[in-house]
Structure formats: structure tokens, C-alpha cells
Design a protein around this ligand. Structure first.
Ligand code: GDP
Ligand code: MG
Length: 456
């Protein structure tokens, strides 16, 4: 169910959480991912653009800094998505409930009635159904078979051609049930005779809920369908079926929200158990793969401690950056992601990045893993002053043995570290890079220096 969208949203929130710098390139790529995934899920393009515009504005807002910004963006994404999923509506059962089930041909009315019967019977309600689909000869038989399987009572009359008469015939019997599910006939479209039929049945049965059943694959036309049914009868909610069989379910879901037709249940398969009550907030949490927004926020914080970031920036700006800090950084960010980002941040380096093949990127990733091992085999003294390793081969060999890395790996690590240190002390403060406030000249100087030294 909306698997692709779910995957992209999960990746996106990970990307935001793991990012050390939310630079423009990263923001652009995140926005593009979200747009593509939402549009593929059939969400209205206008809605998609509105959401991503807000996210972009927040992301590039200079007044919000670092960690707050990440929180802010993820919360914004979460809230905006909840908003387009519409209002939550939970039905409270009355003493006696009559649910009038409406919908066009083949949308899943009869199947859904069977699912609802099973759902509420399991929760202790006395449930029955009445078959008022007099248009299709086999309709009442289908309903009967489904209810026989559930061992629940069903009221049908295969000979009678008037829905109203069938209702009147069983009216007294129906009073004994907590929940009466009324199966009605569909049409290919909402024609005037269908409207008349629905109105007649509605007048007679006085439903406590009037529910439109709609298949998810109708996509954004759900908007027209839902609003037309709403106009014709006092429709109180929607059940969207076949969520399992289309990647475009986002269209129907968001279209219902737009016309303020609250979605109550989702049908997610052909079996009786394939029914889920719908709540925008928990639906989204599931798409995002999180328990709730709080867990999502914790995830951001777990990536890197706020004080840790501040103290690293402080040490960087004072030129006190050590291998320990590098190890912390390697630990806290997915190494390739960050390399990627640092490179695309500096003019001139983006080109080198484009030349790197996925294999080379992967190699680089493996390399950073070895570096982490090497750093953990160093003494405190060595970590603070790696030059002594370069000078004494015995140290180099000890670290190499201890960490299972080659001496050339360790040399490369130290070289990279020195370069990074040089780069950051030149720029004065990483904060400058983060906020994009480095002047163009310094950037160019850095780029030149860095690209000359970097060997991939
Ligand atoms: P009605 O004409 O509105 O009463 O539609 P039916 O209940 O007869 O359903 C039409 C078809 O859709 C049947 O083949 C059902 O098995 C199928 N169907 C209904 N709900 C779902 C669902 O949630 N998922 C899937 N995959 N199929 C469904
Ligand atoms: Mg039917």
C-alpha cells in the first residue's frame, strides 16, 4: 500500500536527520524526491507544489539554525502530509445503527459490507445485512454467500424488484440488530435514477451513517465522485477499497480530504480481515515507518548531540580539530553521504563528484570504515597529534596490526585529516560554510586547494 511513497518518505526523513549541513543542493534533491514520489502516488500537483514550497522556504530560512531546522522541516513535512490526508473521523456506534452503503458498480460495496460485518461482530455487536441491490440478479446471492461464511444473518429477496418493498418487508426484523448494513445497487455513473433510488431508501431506512464506497484506483476523480454523492445525499463518510492494488492510492485519499469527505476505513485486500480503520496521523506514521512524530524527532537527536555539534564547530574554528572529532563525524553521518555533501558544497568539486562511479563511491565508503577502525586503535596522544605516527614507523605498524588496516590506509587517513584541518582553519569556521556566508573568493581558493590534493 503506497509502498513507493513510503520508501521515499523514509529515505527523505533519514536524509534530513543524517545531514550535517542542509545546504541548497541537499534541499533541492530532497524536494525533488518528495515531489516525484507524491506525484507518482497521484497526489494533486497543486498540493504537491504547495507542500514542497513550504518545505523549501523553511529549509533555506537563515533564521532557523542547525538542529532546530531539521526538526522544523520534518515536522512541517509531517504536518503538511497529515493535512492533505484530511480529518480523522471515528464512528461511535449508537444504540441502533443503520449504515447505508453507496457506490458505483464494482467499487467494493458488497465485499466491504462483509468486512464491516466481520469487524463489528468480532467486537461484540449484533450485525446483519439487507440486500437492496435489485439491479443485478446475482447480487443478493453474493451477499448471502459472504454472510453465510460469517455465520451472520442476511435479509434478501431474489424475486422482488423494488428495494423499498424489500426494506418494508424486513423492517421489523432489522430493529433487533445493533448494526444493519444496507447493500445497495450501483450504476456506471451517478445517474438521476440512482439518486432517486438512494433518496427513497434513505428516507425509509433513516441511516445513522451514509457511506460512499470507492475504489482507490479511481484516483483523483474521487473528488468529483465524492462531491457529487455528497450533494445528492447526506453522505457522512467514505471507505476507500483496493488500496492494495494501486500505487496511485494517494489520489483518492487526498481528493476525499479536499472535498471534506472523511475517510473512515480502508479496504486493503479481498479477505474479510483486509479492513483498516483510517486515521490520517497514524496512517502517515506508518508510511514514514515511525511510531509517531516524537520518535521521529528522537531519531534526529540520536544522530548527533546538539552540544557535540556546537563544540565541534568551536574546535574547528579554533583549529583544534582532532582525529577524535573526525571519528565522531565518521560515526555520526553516513560517510559517503557526507563526503558527497561536502564536495557538492564547494564550487569546483561538484564536477569531481560527478566523475566518481558508484564503485568508487563504495570504495570510499569502505575506506572510511577502515579509518574508523584505525582511529580507534590509536592512543590519545596520537589522535591529538597524528604527525607523530607519520614520523615513527613502529606506531604506524602497531596501529595497522591493531586495527587490521594497512599502513597506507593510515597514511591516507592522516593526509585527509590534515587536509580537512587545513581547509577548515582556512575557512575560519564551518558555520560559514553551513550558512553559505563564505565569500566566493575563499570558496574558490578552497576548491582549488582541495581538488589539487584530493586523490580518489
Ligand atoms: P460492488 O459492485 O460495489 O458491490 O463491488 P464488489 O464488492 O462486488 O467488489 C468488486 C470486486 O472488487 C470484487 O472482485 C472484490 O473481490 C474486489 N474487491 C473489493 N474490495 C477489494 C479490496 O480492498 N482489495 C482488492 N484487491 N479487491 C477488492
Ligand atoms: Mg455489490
Amino acid at each position: 500500500m503506497l509502498d513507493k511513497l513510503s520508501e521515499v518518505l523514509r529515505k527523505t526523513t533519514d536524509k534530513i536527520a543524517n545531514a550535517i549541513f542542509l545546504d541548497k543542493n541537499l534541499v533541492d534533491s530532497i524536494i525533488k524526491d518528495i515531489q516525484r514520489a507524491l506525484i507518482e502516488a497521484d497526489v494533486n500537483v497543486r498540493l504537491v507544489l504547495e507542500i514542497t514550497k513550504k518545505i523549501k522556504q523553511a529549509a533555506l530560512d537563515e533564521r532557523i539554525s542547525g538542529l532546530e531546522k531539521k526538526e522544523h522541516i520534518i515536522k512541517l513535512l509531517h504536518d503538511e502530509l497529515v493535512k492533505i490526508l484530511g480529518e480523522s473521523k471515528q464512528i461511535q456506534l449508537q444504540k441502533h445503527n443503520v449504515w447505508l452503503m453507496l457506490g458505483l458498480y464494482g467499487q467494493g460495496k458488497t465485499t466491504t459490507i462483509s468486512k464491516l460485518a466481520s469487524y463489528y461482530a468480532k467486537r461484540g455487536s449484533k450485525v446483519c445485512a439487507i440486500g437492496l441491490d435489485v439491479h443485478r440478479p446475482a447480487a443478493s446471492e453474493q451477499l448471502k454467500q459472504l454472510f453465510d461464511k460469517l455465520n451472520l444473518p442476511v435479509f434478501i429477496d431474489k424475486e422482488e424488484k423494488s428495494a423499498v418493498k424489500i426494506w418494508k418487508k424486513y423492517q421489523k426484523d432489522l430493529d433487533k440488530y445493533d448494526l444493519v448494513l444496507v447493500d445497495t445497487a450501483g450504476r456506471d455513473a451517478l445517474s438521476s435514477d440512482l439518486i432517486k433510488e438512494i433518496k427513497d431508501i434513505s428516507k425509509l431506512s433513516k441511516p445513522t451513517e451514509t457511506i460512499l464506497v470507492m475504489s482507490a484506483d479511481v484516483g483523483q476523480t474521487a473528488r468529483t465522485q465524492a462531491s457529487k454523492f455528497k450533494e445528492a445525499v447526506d453522505m457522512s463518510g467514505v471507505i476507500i477499497t483496493k488500496m492494495d492494488s494501486t500505487a496511485k492510492a494517494g489520489g483518492a485519499l487526498t481528493a476525499c480530504a479536499e472535498v471534506k469527505a472523511p475517510v473512515i476505513f480502508l479496504g486493503t485486500g479481498e479477505k474479510n480481515s483486509d479492513l483498516e480503520s483510517f486515521d490520517p496521523e497514524s496512517f502517515l506514521s506508518r508510511l514514514l515507518g515511525m511510531g509517531d512524530l516524537k520518535t521521529l524527532m528522537e531519531k534526529i537527536h540520536s544522530v548527533m548531540d546538539k552540544d557535540e555539534i556546537a563544540s565541534q564547530q568551536q574546535r574547528l574554528s579554533e583549529g583544534k580539530f582532532t582525529l577524535d572529532d573526525l571519528a565522531t563525524q565518521l560515526e555520526s553521518m553516513s560517510s559517503m553521504g557526507s563526503m558527497d555533501k561536502i564536495m557538492s558544497m564547494i564550487p569546483g568539486l561538484g564536477k569531481i563528484k560527478d566523475k566518481l562511479s558508484p564503485e568508487m563511491m563504495e570504495q570510499q565508503e569502505k575506506k572510511t570504515k577502515r579509518w574508523k577502525h584505525a582511529i580507534s586503535s590509536m592512543t590519545k596522544e596520537e589522535r591529538e597529534n597524528p604527525e607523530i605516527i607519520e614520523k615513527q614507523t613502529s606506531r604506524l605498524q602497531r596501529i595497522s596490526h591493531g586495527s587490521g588496516t594497512s599502513t597506507s590506509d593510515i597514511r591516507a587517513l592522516i593526509k585527509q585529516f590534515k587536509m580537512l584541518k587545513e581547509m577548515t582553519s582556512m575557512s575560519g569556521s564551518m558555520k560559514g560554510i553551513e550558512s553559505g556566508s563564505l565569500d566566493q573568493k575563499t570558496m574558490m581558493k578552497l576548491a582549488k586547494k582541495f581538488s589539487k590534493k584530493a586523490r580518489f
